[in-house]
Design a protein around this ligand. Structure first.
Ligand SMILES: Nc1ncnc2c1ncn2[C@@H]1O[C@H](COP(=O)(O)OP(=O)(O)OP(=O)(O)O)[C@@H](O)[C@H]1O
Length: 948
């Protein structure tokens, strides 16, 4: 019950819905199931509808009437119907008497013939559809005890699918609408019993704290088991486990009355991807970081609540511990009623914190969930006032308006994984790039080095070559110069020779002239001429030689010149080559430098990208850290509040209990009200007793227990017995010595009426746990057993059996109870054959076996059952089938609890109990007994061997 509707904030993004239930400003994801047309149950306005925008979220209320049961059919007018249905106009008439009636309009009316299927489709299906779309939802059954809440909500119908109730059908619907590959369905199953939240799937977890998020108002139970669902078979298993662990009892109003509120929470988680075009209210940073691909989850919860029935203790016949249970049930239901009233009247204060039930249902009434309520009623006029108050509750609930909101969250887990993946990917990419870069640099460096070496080699060889060429050139130059000189010298010599020849020719000619002139000296002249001619021939030959030598020299000079020019062109070529190599080297260096630059740029880009991702990762981690710290501080705040609340509650509950009891009056004295007297006689007797009590005071009344006058003694015991039915008096009676006086009367008196009334008083005192210890330690069980062995009065036996049955409900005293003969006495009273006595025996054995089984399963005790030595097993096997059905159901349950202890296997087999176990597993009318019997038959190796 939300005290403020606009409390949504924080991590989850909460979007309001439009008139069709679609979140405003959001395009729906493909993965979300398309909306179905609204069901008539959802759309049809009711008498108490509010303004248009809230209509869709008003709590929807349907009424279902149970068919008459065997008792109602058997009795006549007393059980006449007080309800007249007009389903066609969704109205019902409640008849106070033949002339006064009132008419009420609801969202739907279901007659006694309405099928489970139709009820699911009209009441629960629209809520389940909303839950599949991401909203929270609640389906709840409310009504008087025995009017069909569990039938409507929790019926398993494993064998007969048409019998299936809302829980099973919701799972069928959810599992057929979801893909368990991408989405998940999980369940928690809890009971609220005596104001303690217990896990029905892990019963060792008790007192589970209820935690409320102060920002969003979200209620959670972090201590409860959340079991992921695999398939429908798994659902059946879990629901059966829950049913077996749920507290139930046999009351006058319902043989299988639920003594706790059962709350099934189905957690759905559906994956979404928000695409770029979608407008979301997810933080911008996330969208910037993962544009167009933000992992989102729609988380929703469906609460299916089977409330324990409201009951009038006097009517339901609750006794002992059951009275305590009934008080807690009524208290939490009255808190729920107060919250509904406050919400219906728009009161500024909603007393949500008054009970754990209202705290757990905070979101269902006045919160963000779509809520449907089935109010169950019985037809009988005998229960007119309960039916009327149930109907008024439903009418008020119809005025409660919820504000449905869609809750979507960033899937931080997936986001975190995604970021991690991205970082991993980038890191490995960066490392890869760095490796590649390193390889490239190494290769380029290697090539550069090789080129440098080549270049150096080339430079050395070419400079050597140039040097050689220079040398050669120099040598050639020198040789040419020398040749030229020689040539010049030869030419000089030639010139001298030519001049000599010219001179000789001239002188020859002159001599010839002279010869002509002097004929006498002809001979001498001829000789001289000959000598001269000879000399000239020699000179000509020398000249010729010189000339050919000169031509050779010229050729050699030409060759040398050719060689020089060749050497010069080779040096030019070498120089060109060096230039080209230089150019190539500078190109390689430039390319390498630019490659190096681009790699460095890429590297710095990758580094800054990595830094960005790290920052985002850091902020996500900080967010998570912040969330965790916030949650921890909330938990400690809740613990602190819980402590102070518990302290306050202790005070308040005392007061309230007193009020409830005073409402039920002395008439609720369980073991005195069945005396067969008329109501008027009882109430006048009660009046007289209270008067005596008020006027004379408890000490004086207790003193009269020791009176010598038998009549006075009888009246005093009756007064004490009636007073002992009230919790408030019990402690005083014990403190003033009343218990001692009663036990002493039981021991000393021989009077049957005294025995009966005293046993009744002790039975009433034995309802209280602290008194049980006193009764046992003062030998009460032994004295009760003694009376049982002496009396043949069925009413006395009923009181004695009732007292022992109450003591059986406390495992601390089991050993002593057995030792003092309590169990034997219980079985011994069976011979009376009186139904009421046998019912108490059955109740006692069932209490004993149930408590013992619990203690053994929790490992606090070992060994075979204490009941076996006293012959209980043999008795059960021999008698269970001849007992009346209502008694047999208790006995079957007791037997099944005994069968859970493997230490009892041998005795069960020897006494022929296997047959009985098989019979119970097939025929028992109690689902829990059938389930326990099946469990024992399939899990106990000794039984398996026997059955094979
Ligand atoms: N619509 C129905 N059709 C047939 N039988 C029904 C219907 N409603 C209830 N019953 C029967 O009535 C009996 C009591 O029903 P049920 O146990 O569901 O009541 P309840 O309201 O849950 O009671 P309590 O609050 O005591 O647990 C059961 O035997 C059940 O099978």
């Amino acid at each position: 019950m939300a005290t403020g509707a606009g409390a949504a904030a924080g991590r989850a993004s909460v979007r309001p819905v439009d008139r069709n239930g679609v979140p405003r400003g959001t395009a729906r994801s493909k993965s979300v199931a398309p909306r179905r047309p609204p069901s008539p149950f959802r759309a049809r306005p009711a008498a108490a509808d509010h303004d248009g925008s809230a209509d869709l979220c008003r709590v929807r209320v349907a009424v279902r009437i149970r068919p008459k049961n065997a008792e109602e059919l058997a009795h006549g007018a007393d059980f006449d119907s007080c309800v007249e249905l007009q389903p066609e106009c969704k109205k019902l008439k409640l008849k106070k008497n033949n002339w006064t009636s009132e008419s009420y309009k609801f969202d739907e009316i279901f007659s006694e013939n309405a099928s489970q299927k139709r009820l699911y489709e009209v009441v629960a299906k629209p809520v389940v559809e909303s839950v599949l779309e991401g909203y929270n939802g609640t389906v709840m059954a409310y009504g008087q005890t025995g009017t069909g809440k569990t039938y409507t909500v929790g019926r398993l119908g494993k064998e007969d699918p048409s019998e299936r109730g809302i829980m099973v059908r919701s799972f069928e619907h959810i599992l057929s609408s979801m893909s368990l590959e991408t989405d998940s369905v999980a369940v928690s199953y809890l009971q609220l019993y005596l104001e303690s939240v217990q896990d029905l799937l892990a019963p060792e977890k008790t007192n589970i704290p209820i935690v409320e998020d102060p920002k969003t108002g979200e209620v959670s139970l972090p201590g409860a088991a959340i079991v992921e669902i695999k398939d429908l078979e798994h659902v059946f298993q879990l629901l059966q486990i829950g049913e077996t662990n749920r507290h139930a009892a046999n009351t006058k109003m319902n043989t299988e009355s639920s003594r706790s509120h059962a709350i099934l929470i189905i957690h759905l988680q559906r994956s979404l991807r928000i695409k770029e075009e979608m407008t979301t209210s997810i933080p911008n940073s996330a969208e910037e970081f993962f544009p167009g691909d933000i992992p989102l989850v729609l988380k929703s919860k469906l609460l299916i609540v089977d409330l324990a029935g409201s009951e009038r203790i006097d009517k339901s016949g609750s006794e002992g511990h059951m009275i305590e249970e009934a008080k807690f049930i009524n208290l939490s239901l009255s808190s729920l009623g107060k919250c509904i009233n406050a919400l219906a009247e728009n009161s500024p204060h909603i007393p949500t914190r008054d009970s754990k039930l209202t705290r757990m249902l905070r979101d269902s009434f006045g919160g963000t969930a779509r809520t449907s309520l089935v109010v169950t009623i019985g037809p009988s006029a005998r229960h007119y006032s309960e039916t009327s108050s149930t109907i008024l509750f439903g009418q008020r609930a119809m005025r409660v308006v919820n504000t449905m909101r869609l809750k979507e969250e960033i899937d931080y887990e997936i986001l975190y994984k995604k970021v991690e993946c991205e970082v991993d990917h980038l890191t490995s990419e960066m490392e890869r790039q760095q490796k590649l870069k390193h390889i490239e640099i190494t290769q380029v460096e290697k090539r550069l080095k090789e080129s440098e070496m080549l270049f150096n080699d080339f430079r050395v060889t070419s400079s050597m070559q140039i040097e050689n060429l220079e040398k050669e050139k120099h040598q050639f130059g020198y040789a040419i110069k020398k040749l030229m000189q020689e040539l010049e010298e030869k030419e000089g010599q030639n010139n001298v020779l030519s001049q000599q020849i010219i001179h000789l020719e001239t002188s020859l000619n002159e001599q010839k002239q002279q010869q002509l002139e002097s004929l006498s000296n002809t001979k001498i002249l001829a000789d001289t001429t000959k000598t001269h001619e000879k000399k000239m021939g020699e000179l000509l030959r020398q000249l010729e030689e010189e000339r050919s030598h000169c031509a050779g020299m010229k050729d050699h000079f030409n060759i040398l010149q050719q060689k020089l020019s060749d050497a010069q062109s080779s040096a030019q070529f070498q120089e060109n080559m060096a230039c080209e190599l230089k150019k190539e080297l500078s190109e390689i260096t430039t390319a390498f430098t630019s490659q190096l630059h681009s790699l460095e740029e890429k590297n710095s880009e990758l580094l800054s990208e990595k830094e960005l991702i790290y920052e985002e990762l850091k902020s996500t981690q900080e967010k998570l850290q912040h969330e965790t710290t916030h949650r921890q501080s909330l938990e400690s705040e809740v613990l602190r509040l819980k402590q102070s609340w518990t302290d306050n509650c202790a005070e308040e509950s005392k007061t309230l209990c007193g009020m409830v009891r005073s409402g039920s009056g002395l008439g609720s004295a369980a073991f005195m009200s069945k005396s067969g007297k008329s109501k008027e006689t009882q109430s006048s007797q009660r009046g007289t007793m209270s008067k005596i009590f008020e006027e004379v005071g408890l000490p004086s009344v207790l003193a009269l227990l020791k009176s010598n006058d038998l009549e006075v003694q009888i009246h005093a015991v009756k007064v004490v017995a009636n007073l002992a039915a009230e919790d408030v008096n019990q402690q005083k009676i014990v403190e003033e010595g009343g218990l001692d006086a009663l036990l002493s009367l039981l021991e000393t008196s021989e009077n049957t009426t005294i025995h009966r009334a005293t046993a009744g008083a002790i039975a009433n005192l034995a309802m209280n746990v602290s008194n049980q210890g006193l009764i046992m330690s003062k030998g009460g069980a032994r004295l009760l057993a003694n009376v049982a062995s002496k009396t043949d009065d069925p009413q006395t036996m009923r009181m004695v059996a009732g007292a022992i049955a109450n003591l059986c409900g406390n495992d601390k005293w089991h050993m002593m109870l057995k030792r003092d003969g309590g169990i034997k006495a219980l079985l011994g009273m069976f011979q009376t054959g009186h139904h009421d006595v046998i019912a108490q025996i059955a109740r006692g054995l069932s209490n004993f076996a149930k408590c013992e089984s619990r203690v053994i399963s929790q490992g606090h005790r070992k060994g075979r059952s204490l009941l076996i030595d006293d012959g209980v097993l043999t008795w059960i096997v021999a008698n269970s089938t001849v007992l009346s059905p209502s008694v047999r159901r208790h006995i079957e349950l007791a037997f099944c609890h005994l069968a859970q202890n493997e230490e009892n296997s041998r005795d069960i087999i020897v006494t022929g109990g296997i047959k009985e176990l098989i019979r119970i597993s097939r025929e028992s009318s109690r689902d829990d007994a059938r389930n326990l019997a099946k469990k024992a038959l399939t899990s106990n190796p000794a039984f398996l061997k026997e059955t094979q």
